[in-house]
Design a protein around this ligand. Structure first.
Ligand SMILES: [Zn+2]
Length: 81
């Protein structure tokens, strides 16, 4: 009888263990730690790492595309106050 109880408890513990492993863990995203910058031409938020950039008045501006960079380079004063 005692052996049956112990076996049941072991089975229960095992089942719980499996159940807990099945719980979805909170995904760890590096996304939130990456600082984003705003493309001053289209106002889109972009990651500086994969963006193109231009220097203007000693400040670096980042753009989502060649198009935005060209727009900025053609008339920086329009986008920078
Ligand atoms: Zn853009």
């Amino acid at each position: 009888m005692l052996r049956f109880v112990i076996l049941s408890l072991m089975l229960l513990t095992f089942s719980l263990g499996v159940y807990c492993k099945g719980e979805p863990s909170a995904p760890v995203t590096a996304e939130s730690s990456v600082e984003k910058v705003v493309d001053v031409v289209c106002k889109m938020k972009i990651k500086p790492d994969d963006a193109m950039s231009s220097m203007h008045n000693g400040h670096r501006y980042h753009f989502c595309s060649d198009y935005c960079k060209e727009q900025f380079d053609a008339n920086p004063a329009k986008y920078v106050k």
